[in-house]
Design a protein around this ligand. Structure first.
Ligand code: FPP
Ligand code: MG
Length: 300
């Protein structure tokens, strides 16, 4: 059932893109590697499967793809989910402009929806862009502020998940505030788990090089905790933004074990996950609890 609904979302995206009357866009769409469709799963669990909810899912997936097309240019990433990125297959211009096509088509369709839903989603894209800019600027120098890290991951990742859950609730007259809070906390926990997997998983599982965040200048939650606890702060800082050899990677991992950093990062993500579940207690929706649990226990 879930797969059938997600298939409908994919078909809806194809329909939206086809209605732009531009074959090249359909070709490029075909080259995108499919993600986990977390946001669609969430919308469908909250709002059920209707014509409107499928359209909302397709709009959100197009915005998500657009943001990743831009992000891969910004990050100079050659791969996306184990497949060559559009910027690697063609060039930056293609990736940016195809992102703009998906993004603006999603917005055209959004204007046809309920005003409050449209505003909720549109507002999240502003946050997404602010989050991406913060992410870029935070890599300029070693960031040791938890507040800045959480503000950045809220904007970059949690805001669109928050908006998806809120918009889905609005679609079926459920309480938007509690579902928004569920989505926000799910999104924060999702990004924290992503940041932990960067350290614990190998590149094959991740579909991109492992332990890349620190090399790229991203001081994520495990590194923030390690920096706070470690005696040899200078050594940790000396490895920041450096291509790490295997000894250096091992040293970081050993320090993370020594200072219980990975364990505590996972515990923090789980705690935020529990707060997500708490927010929607009244709805008694076991599917939403499962989405949370699967997200925490995932390996990539
Ligand atoms: C991935 O981060 C990036 C995002 C979650 C958001 C990117 C947002 C923009 C580029 C704003 C523009 C948005 C639109 C719709 C035009 P990451 O690099 O940490 O994760 P990754 O490993 O998946 O690349
Ligand atoms: Mg990226």
């Amino acid at each position: 059932m879930e797969n059938e609904s997600l298939e409908k979302v994919k078909q809806q995206v194809v329909k939206f893109v086809a209605s732009c009357n531009h074959n090249r866009s359909l070709e490029l769409l075909d080259l995108l590697s499919q993600g986990k469709m977390l946001r669609s799963k969430l919308i469908l669990k909250i709002a059920g499967q209707t014509k409107e909810s499928i359209k909302l899912c397709a709009i959100i997936e197009m915005i998500q793809s657009a943001s990743l097309l831009h992000d891969d240019v910004i990050d100079e990433a050659d791969t996306r989910r184990g497949k060559p990125s559009i910027n690697a297959l063609f060039d930056n211009k293609t990736s940016i402009m195809f992102g703009d096509i998906l993004y603006s088509k999603a917005f055209s369709e959004l204007t046809l929806m309920d005003k409050q839903i449209a505003y909720t989603v549109a507002d999240a894209v502003t946050k997404l862009s602010i989050g991406e800019l913060m992410d870029v600027e935070l890599t300029n120098s070693f960031n040791s502020s938890y507040d800045l890290y959480f503000e950045m991951i809220y904007n970059k990742t949690a805001s669109l998940i928050e908006a998806s859950a809120k918009a889905a609730a609005l679609l079926v007259q459920k309480d938007p505030t509690s579902f928004a809070l569920y989505g926000k906390n799910l999104g924060l926990a999702f990004q924290m788990i992503d940041d932990i997997l960067d350290i614990t998983q190998d590149s094959q599982t991740l579909g991109k090089p492992a332990m890349l965040d620190f090399v790229e200048g991203k001081v994520t939650i495990p590194y923030l905790l390690l920096y706070e606890r470690i005696d040899n702060k200078d050594k940790l800082k000396s490895l920041y933004k450096k291509e790490l050899n295997s000894d250096e990677q091992l040293w970081i991992k050993e320090q993370m074990v020594k200072y219980d950093v990975l364990k505590d990062s996972i515990a923090q993500a789980k705690q935020i996950g529990l707060e997500a579940i708490e927010a929607i207690k009244a709805d008694q929706n076991s599917d939403l609890i499962n989405i949370m649990k699967q997200m925490i226990d995932r390996e990539f």
